[in-house]
Design a protein around this ligand. Structure first.
Ligand code: F6P
Length: 749
């Protein structure tokens, strides 16, 4: 309900209650006054006639008393009067006498305390013939003592009339007040609405902003900007693709050079068994997402040269053009010594920050020697950015937790750079983050960026809470920014995605053919029910839980034994770290145990392929599968889930997805499960394997539409548009401060 209507209802109800209360008080008070008034009048009447009444009593003749009483009832408000002897006998009555209150009934009240005590006045109100009467019993005496008493009956009708009048008056007053209040409210609302509208119009036209409207205005502007970006200046609108991203870049950032920085490089050069140089695409969500952006925008990608043949292919500036056959953008390789890689990558990044940010029950390890390497390597990357930038204000996209300190380091050298940081993994709660001994330095390093992106709003909130708790800064929760040393960093959610359509699908045969070839490759019969999992061998991916869920399925639903086969493609990862080696062994042990337990003849329920698989192979498996199970225990987004959806242009297959992935917030038509709940996960796999084609189609169609719409070009477009906006603002404030400085110089001269 709108505010003014609520206010009016409250006001009118308040007035009603007040009026009713006032009426009760007035009624009680006037009734008291009337009764006191009538008692007084009775006393006056009796006193005025007291000598005549006494004479009437003394004469002992009722007729004499009656004559006197006739005189008393001349007063029009006195309806009746009775003369009573002290023993309660009625001597004479004139006018009305209520049946229940004759002389006999009233006498005990007047002479109540028995012999010896003085008689008392008796007052009473009684209903009579539809109205009310006031009765007074008054003792009569002369010098010889008490002779008897008189009962006076007075009309109270006039009091009731007065009460009715005052009630009517109050009701009328209430209605008038309520009417006035409503009118005043309506007028006030209309006036202020008009005022607000005018103010809003003025502000939208560029006038001065008021505090009241600032948040609203910001939302309106963002909305308009979103719509504008969506439609594009050329009026084309429609789906986001590489061309559209290029145009957005040109429009918002005037085609300025983009520098991407990450630890992992998009193309790794290796030697094959024959010593020839080969290109490998790493198993990395970051690379999957950003490579198409770089193809669209070109520029430089600075990354660690980790391939054995990487040095062999770079030029004198450590650059190599990629993709190998197209040469659209440059990779600038940063070389690390073994110790540096150990301390910065394996140590601080993957034994410290990785387990810190993922709720997956592995303790983070923080060593000061690793931290020193981390700092040094971040500086190396920052230096490479400055060397590659070529201009004072480049656009730099810094990727992930390996490079948290680089934004500040770049800012120190290039204060006018637009630095966008994106954190590809979850950001933990402030309490959890607090266990990192280098928390302040990390936060401060990140806040060198102009903008920081996370996959979800929850991660943004966790980040802001961490800043709030551990750093001297101001948090502007309204504009989602952290302000430190007069500079602000925007904190925004940008859920990452895939290129659409995925280029790896181009050369692939249709899904039924992929299925045939995969089953053939695995030596499986054509009616096999096939499940797949695709991951780096990482403990956050829940691979152990996934295989245990397969075991549980075969336990609970033996009809799947011999029919269901689960293939796990597991790319070895970070194998220099003990925890990863343990995981490797544990996964192999589980697969072996399940296979021994449920394998019959040639039937092997779990096929574990621990090797790097190039994207075309992975996509062939996606297309062959009846079900894909993504069971991460904690995951920023998880692009495997989106890849499976993208691969299934036949609209067949079911995605079973962990609720602990960012993707579960977007792919709501997946069967979303808690990977720790093996019964639930097994049930979901069983449901997926028996899901009717129509339902599979409906679910996939909806998820495919979502991924197609919210693809990586849109993700990058939104970030670059926001960066463009920041850049315009910074340039403007830079120009203004230059002008002020010049004005001061002139004034001083
Ligand atoms: O998910 C976090 C992440 O850094 C990704 O960005 C990347 O896909 C993955 O880990 C790869 O890890 P690494 O580079 O250590 O092989």
């Amino acid at each position: 309900m709108r505010q003014p209507i609520k206010f009016l209802i409250l006001l009118v109800s308040g007035l009603g209650l007040l009026t009713w209360g006032a009426f009760l008080v007035v009624q009680e008070t006037t009734r008291g006054w009337v009764e006191r008034d009538l008692a007084l009048r009775a006393r006056l009447a009796a006193n005025g006639a007291s000598s005549a009444i006494s004479a009437g009593f003394r004469s002992g003749k009722p007729a004499d008393l009656r004559t006197v009483l006739l005189d008393v009832v001349r007063d029009e408000r006195i309806l009746g009067v009775s003369g009573c002897a002290a023993d309660g006998r009625t001597v004479a009555t004139v006018g009305i006498a209520p049946a229940h209150f004759g002389c006999a009934e009233v006498a005990p009240f007047v002479f109540h305390a028995g012999a010896g005590s003085p008689p008392m006045e008796w007052l009473h109100v009684e209903a009579l013939r539809g109205g009310k009467v006031h009765m007074s019993g008054l003792p009569v005496s002369d010098e010889s003592g008490f002779l008897g008493f008189v009962i006076l009956v007075q009309d109270m009708g006039f009091a009731e009339r007065r009460e009715a009048q005052s009630r009517d008056f109050l009701l009328t007053a209430f209605f008038l007040l309520a009417l006035c209040a409503s009118l005043v409210t309506i007028v006030a609302v209309r006036l202020s609405w008009r005022g607000w509208t005018r103010q809003l119009q003025r502000m939208l036209k560029g006038g001065e902003e008021t505090d009241e409207f600032r948040p609203l205005l910001r939302d309106v502007r963002e909305l308009v900007d979103d719509i504008m970006t969506e439609r594009e200046a050329d009026g084309e609108g429609g789906a986001w693709n590489a061309d559209r991203l290029r145009r957005t870049l040109g429009r918002n950032l005037h085609g300025e050079k983009i520098v991407i920085v990450s630890n992992r490089e998009p193309y790794i050069h290796e030697h094959d068994a024959e010593g020839r140089i080969q290109v490998r695409h790493p198993a990395s969500g970051l690379v999957t997402a950003l490579e198409p952006v770089m193809r669209a925008c070109s520029g430089v990608w600075i990354a660690h040269g980790s391939g054995a043949a990487d040095r062999a292919v770079v030029d004198a500036h450590d650059r190599v053009m990629v993709p190998p056959d197209e040469k659209i953008y440059a990779i600038r390789r940063v070389w690390l010594s073994e110790q540096e890689e150990q301390g910065y990558y394996y140590g601080f990044s993957n034994e410290g920050l990785w387990p810190l940010c993922h709720v997956a029950h592995t303790r983070p390890v923080f060593r000061s020697a690793d931290w020193n390497h981390y700092r040094e390597v971040n500086q190396r990357f920052a230096d490479a950015v400055c060397a590659e930038a070529g201009i004072e204000d480049p656009i730099v996209l810094i990727q992930d937790y390996h490079l948290a300190l680089a934004p500040r380091m770049i800012r120190q050298k290039l204060p006018r750079a637009t630095v966008i940081g994106f954190w590809h993994i979850p950001w933990p709660s402030a309490e959890r983050f607090g266990i990192c001994p280098f928390r302040v330095e990390l936060l401060d390093g990140m806040l060198g960026a102009s903008m920081l992106g996370f996959h979800t709003q929850a991660h943004c909130n966790n980040f802001m809470d961490s800043v709030d708790r551990y750093l001297e800064s101001r948090i502007d929760r309204e504009s989602h920014a952290v302000i430190q040393h007069g500079r602000s960093t925007l904190i925004r959610p940008y859920p990452i995605s895939l290129e659409w359509p995925v280029r790896w699908l181009e050369g692939l045969p249709p899904a039924p053919e992929c299925r045939r070839s995969v089953l053939e490759e695995l030596g499986l019969p054509p009616d096999t029910l096939l499940g797949v999992g695709v991951d780096r061998l990482d403990y956050t991916k829940g691979i152990e839980e996934r295989l245990l869920a397969v075991e549980r399925l075969l336990e609970l639903r033996p009809e799947f034994i011999g029919r269901f086969v689960f293939v796990q493609l597991a790319a070895p990862s970070r194998t220099a770290i003990d925890r990863y080696r343990d995981l490797n062994e544990s996964v192999a042990a589980i697969a072996k145990r399940v296979n021994v337990r449920f394998g019959v003849g040639a039937y092997v329920p779990i096929v574990l392929r621990r090797a790097h698989h190039e994207p075309p192979v992975v996509f062939r498996y996606y297309r062959a599968a009846d079900v894909c199970y993504v069971s991460s225990l904690d995951d920023g987004m998880n692009l495997v889930a989106k890849e499976f959806v993208a691969a299934r242009d036949d609209e067949r297959g079911v995605l079973v997805l962990s609720q602990f992935t960012g993707a579960a917030r977007e792919l709501t038509e997946a069967l979303v499960v808690n990977p720790y709940d093996l019964d639930e996960a097994a049930g979901a796999i069983a449901a997926a394997l028996s899901m009717p084609d129509e339902e599979q189609k409906a679910r996939l169609r909806s998820m495919r539409a979502f991924v197609a719409e919210f693809n990586i070009y849109r993700w990058a477009g939104r970030m670059l548009r926001d960066a463009g906006r920041l850049r315009r603002r910074d340039r403007l404030s830079g120009r203004l401060s230059d002008r002020f400085r010049a004005a001061f110089r002139e004034a001083e001269a």
